[in-house]
Design a protein around this ligand. Structure first.
Ligand code: UD1
Ligand code: UDP
Length: 381
């Protein structure tokens, strides 16, 4: 039987985390699939950390990241860079993930090459073109180009149905982030990992710990100034520790290090390898973040999350009660954090919610679809 040729194209940390279990599942079935990974390397160090942890090797690496890169040049470079890859491998399916510039531009390139496109984590919407920016449009445009939509929840499936996408083109799979988390937690439990040993050496973990991450473009500027002001106020309570792995985007690094360096109970650290970050999430009392992936992982670990955004394309955890949207207003972030630290009833209600994002079998469902799918090419290319 002719093997199906599958190209996974991704480029940032969260895409890598969420595509890694799928790449591993496809690579395991070498008798049915010829699988290749193309990294755009929109991220570099933060992407390589994930590739190393999951022991994945790329077949193509466009190595595109530039310090302080802009959306125009990055988009053009991805589309242009994908051309020789697609001409060399001639995949039956190109799988892209989520809502980054890599997802959208790789989907455009795959469309130009006449390949079928599978969109993993499809159908999330805020219905606000400007938030998250540019992710809402990246995800919508990728959906428009895709032949099959792997929707994580029924809410995301319904969003796609409302855009007149045929039901048979949508598979509800759960989110592959839970597959990744299960693999990660298992390894953390079994192995004596150096990244975790380092954290154990550096911190005492003798006080309630608040874990912080943030990077959204719409929070750059004013938003980050308000967020840092809030963290500074929270840190005036000496009974808490704040650990903040700071994203490498210069628009994040500058305000965070300018405003929060030198405060005794605020610990600014480099972005953590995935295994160390999920270990830290487990150690945290509360997580304050604007990250998409962290919102999805935290309910599995029983951690309340304050999300520094006004709107979210992930309403499920808000509805379930484990996530509260606090925006970037300084007073609101401080008030909600202090309340959660003191109000035990509210804390336990938020911490004991069932994860709405899946059962850890999302990759199995995607692989099954690809096994069953017919192999006909999309076009006459
Ligand atoms: C990108 C995605 C965003 C995703 C986020 C995950 C877009 C437009 N943005 O945002 O959707 O949620 O990744 O983290 O697709 N940098 C490094 N090393 C790295 C990574 C980044 O130095 O490993 C620095 C570089 O200066 C780079 C800058 O960060 O130019 C911005 O990276 P970019 O991918 O454009 O934006 P992010 O804010 O990371
Ligand atoms: N993460 C990580 N190290 C860190 C911070 C986050 O490995 O120092 C992981 C986290 O577990 C989650 C993902 O990165 O799976 C989220 O990535 P990010 O917040 O950069 O992007 P988003 O999910 O918002 O697109």
């Amino acid at each position: 039987m002719k093997k199906k040729k599958i190209l996974l194209a991704f480029g940032t940390r969260p895409e890598a985390i969420k595509m890694a279990p799928l790449a591993l599942a496809l690579e395991k079935m070498g008798d049915r699939f010829e699988t290749r990974i193309c990294l755009t390397a929109q991220h570099r160090e933060m992407l390589d950390q994930v590739m190393d942890f999951f022991d994945l090797k790329p077949h193509y690496d466009l190595n595109l990241m530039k310090p302080g890169q802009n959306l125009y040049a990055l988009t053009a470079a991805i589309i242009t860079g994908m051309k020789p890859v697609l001409e060399d491998f001639k995949p039956d399916y190109v799988l892209v993930h989520g809502d980054t510039t890599t997802s959208m531009a790789a989907a455009v390139a795959a469309f130009y090459a006449g390949c079928k496109i599978g969109h993993v984590e499809a159908g999330l919407r805020t219905f606000n073109k400007w938030a998250p920016f540019p992710e809402e449009m990246n995800r919508s445009l990728t959906g428009k180009l895709s032949d099959v939509h792997f929707a994580p929840t029924t809410t995301s499936k319904n969003n796609l149905c409302n855009e007149n996408i045929a039901e048979e083109q949508i598979i509800v799979t759960g989110n592959t982030v839970i597959d990744a988390l299960n693999i990660g937690l298992d390894i953390v439990e079994k192995k004596d990992l150096s990244s975790i040993k380092l954290l154990n050496k550096k911190f005492l973990f003798d006080k309630p710990m608040i874990l912080v991450t943030g990077h959204r473009r719409e929070n750059h500027g004013e938003g980050f100034l308000h967020i840092c002001a809030a963290l500074k106020q929270i840190a005036q309570n000496e009974y808490v520790d704040i650990i903040y792995p700071v994203h490498l985007n210069p628009n994040v690094q500058k305000p965070v290090y300018d405003m929060l360096s030198g405060i005794e109970n605020i610990h600014l650290i480099t972005p953590q390898p995935y295994e160390a970050f999920i270990w830290l999430m487990n150690k945290a009392s509360i997580i304050i973040t604007d990250s998409g992936g962290v919102q999805e992982e935290a309910p599995s670990l029983g951690k309340p999350v304050l999300v520094m955004r006004d709107t979210t394309e992930r309403p499920e955890a808000v509805e379930a009660g484990t996530v509260i949207l606090v925006g970037t207003d300084t007073d609101t972030i401080v008030r909600e954090t202090i309340d959660l630290l003191h109000n035990k009833d509210r804390y336990h209600k938020m911490a004991s919610v069932h994860n709405p994002y899946g059962d850890g079998k999302a990759c199995e469902r995607i692989v099954q679809y690809l096994l069953d799918a017919n192999n006909e090419s999309n076009s006459t290319h």
